[in-house]
Design a protein around this ligand. Structure first.
Ligand code: UDP
Length: 238
């Protein structure tokens, strides 16, 4: 294991919203910088890090189709939004002295490598952060499902799902002050209780492939490293 960490190779799922910060829309360079700061700490300690970033801070296919757009076309726009976020993350990593590669599921050779599983693994082994852009490359999917899929493909030890709350609750903790937080929960219970952790496709993929996930609060600085050291800063789903 790398240093005090409980995991050697991880996949971090960031929502697009995480990059928007208080702006609520688009990319806040200060927030991205702060994220790169946190991630560079664990990379320098030897943890291998792959990242899937969403695009909801810029465009969501479902929202576009609700306004009358063709769903698949809207989803492609959503996937392109994730490429912009990926490039912003890469920019911040390089400024923090961390080597990184963007691999896109939709070919965009001027700004990224294509997604090639074996090459992604090689980058990870060399200590480069691999940022996986353009989702799965297919409409009708989400970046949560992308994260579950790539986590399985890249044989990571844990999927880290960054959110604004400190784990999985039995009901919405914002609406209900008595909501109970789980330290651990099974994927089966997440599905049967209809808990909104990830969409059902992503959840089933993790469950079927025995991939553990930690749901944690990204807004508290240092939480990525704390979660990876096994501290109780979120909920472990397995
Ligand atoms: N998307 C897609 N296929 C994928 C991943 C994403 O079509 O494999 C599109 C979809 O329109 C989605 C958008 O990209 O709404 C942005 O991703 P997501 O909504 O998962 O981002 P997040 O909520 O994490 O910011």
């Amino acid at each position: 294991m790398a240093g005090d960490y409980a995991y050697d190779r991880v996949l971090l799922k960031l929502s697009g919203e995480a990059l928007a910060g208080d702006l609520g829309y688009g990319i806040d360079p200060k927030v991205v910088d702060d994220l790169a700061d946190q991630i560079s700490e664990i990379v320098k300690d030897g943890v291998q890090v792959a990242i899937v970033v969403g695009g909801g801070n810029i465009f969501r296919g479902l929202a576009g189709s609700a306004e009358g757009m063709d769903r698949a076309q809207a989803d492609y726009i959503g996937m392109l939004a994730t490429v912009m976020n990926s490039l912003a993350l890469q920019d911040a990593f390089e400024r923090h002295g961390i080597y990184s590669r963007v691999q896109s599921a939709i070919n965009m050779q001027e700004v990224s490598e294509p997604y090639i599983r074996r090459r992604a693994i090689r980058h990870l082994e060399k200590g480069r952060v691999v940022i996986l852009a353009a989702g799965t490359g297919n409409p009708y999917f989400t970046t949560d499902t992308t994260a579950a899929l790539r986590a399985c493909e890249l044989d990571v030890d844990v999927l880290m799902k960054a959110t604004k709350v400190d784990g999985v609750y039995d009901c919405d903790p914002v609406a209900n002050p008595d909501a109970k937080r789980y330290d651990t929960i099974s994927y089966m219970d997440v599905l049967s209780q209809g808990l909104h952790v990830m969409d059902a496709t992503a959840t089933s993929l993790c469950m079927d492939n025995d991939l553990p996930m930690i749901v944690f609060d990204l807004t508290k600085k240092g939480n990525i490293s704390r979660a990876l050291k096994g501290e109780n800063v979120g909920t472990k789903v397995e």
